[in-house]
Write a protein that binds this ligand. Structure first.
Ligand code: PXP
Length: 254
C-alpha cells in the first residue's frame, strides 16, 4: 500500500467554453460540465479567465463559484484587473499563469524570478483573503526557490515540455524533462511548498507522474475534453482517476 498522500484531480473545463463560444450561444454549458465532472469524481474544477476571454467568461466564474460543491481553482494572469475580479469571486484557489511573452521563462512557466516584486503583493493579498495561491512554473530550481521565498503556498509544475517530448517520441528529451520534474517536485516539497502539476497530461503521463509522492494535485483539461467527445466526460474522468490510482500505488512516501 502506498503511504503517499491522496492525489487530487482538478478538471479544467475551459474548452467546453471554447466550443460554446464557437457558436456564440449557451451550449455546451461549462457549468454543466463541472457538475458532470464532480459527479464522476473530480476533486475540483479549474477554469482560466484569460484577458481576451477566449473561453471562460466572467459570468462563468461567478456561476461556478455559486453552484459547484467542490473547490474552484481560478487560473489568471497577475494583472490588477484580474486580481480585482478574483477577489470578488473568492475562489478556493488561484493559479497565477503567464499570458504575455514578457511574463514567461524560457521553459514556458511564469517568470517569478523576474517578476518577484510584482508578484509578492498579489500573493499576500490572496493569502489575506483566504485564497490559496499557486504559481505555474517550470521545474527550475531558481523559480522554485523564489516561489518559496515569496511565501506562495503552492506551485504547479508545468509539465508541457515533458508531455510534448513524450508525444513527439523524443525519448532523450522526455527523459531529461522527466528528471527535471522529479527533482523539481522534491525541491519544492522540501522548501515547504504544496506541489501540483499540469499541462498536456493524458492517461499515460498522468499515471507516470502520479507516482511522485510530493505531488498532491493534477490539473488536466484539453486531453480529457477531447476524449469526452468519444466516450463521454464521466467515463473519461473515471478512466483518468483509475490511471492516477495505478500510478499512485507505485509511489513511496515523500
Ligand atoms: N494547469 C495550468 C496552470 C494551465 O494553464 C492549464 C491549461 O489551461 C492546465 C493546467 C491544463 O492543461 P491541459 O489543458 O493541457 O490539460
Amino acid at each position: 500500500m502506498s503511504k503517499a498522500p491522496p492525489l487530487r484531480l482538478g478538471v479544467n473545463i475551459d474548452h467546453i467554453a471554447t466550443l460554446r463560444n464557437a457558436r456564440g450561444g449557451r451550449h455546451p454549458d461549462p457549468l454543466r460540465a463541472a457538475f458532470a465532472a464532480i459527479e464522476a469524481g473530480a476533486d475540483g474544477i479549474t477554469a482560466h479567465l484569460r484577458e481576451d476571454r477566449r473561453h471562460i467568461r466572467d459570468a462563468d466564474m461567478q456561476r461556478l463559484k455559486a453552484e459547484i460543491s467542490k473547490p474552484l481553482n481560478f487560473e489568471m494572469a497577475a494583472t490588477d484587473d484580474m486580481v480585482r475580479i478574483a477577489l470578488g469571486v473568492k475562489p478556493h484557489a488561484v493559479c497565477l499563469v503567464p499570458e504575455r511573452r514578457e511574463e514567461l521563462t524560457t521553459e514556458g512557466g511564469l517568470d517569478v524570478v523576474g517578476q518577484h516584486n510584482a508578484l509578492a503583493p498579489v500573493i499576500a493579498r490572496f493569502t489575506d483573503a483566504g485564497i490559496r495561491t499557486s504559481l505555474f512554473i517550470a521545474a527550475d530550481p531558481a523559480q522554485i526557490e523564489m516561489a518559496a521565498r515569496l511565501k506562495s503556498p503552492a506551485i504547479e509544475i508545468h509539465t508541457g515540455a515533458w508531455c510534448d517530448a513524450v508525444n513527439d517520441g523524443d525519448m532523450a528529451k522526455a527523459d531529461a524533462e522527466w528528471q527535471r520534474v522529479v527533482a523539481g517536485a522534491a525541491l519544492a516539497r522540501s522548501a515547504g511548498l504544496e506541489v501540483h502539476a499540469g499541462h498536456g497530461l493524458d492517461y499515460a503521463t498522468a499515471e507516470t507522474i502520479a507516482a511522485l509522492p510530493e505531488i498532491v494535485e493534477l490539473n488536466i483539461g484539453f486531453y480529457m475534453i477531447g476524449e469526452a467527445l468519444f466516450v463521454g466526460l464521466g467515463e473519461t474522468i473515471r478512466t483518468m482517476r483509475a490511471a492516477m490510482e495505478r500510478g499512485r500505488a507505485r509511489a513511496v512516501a515523500a
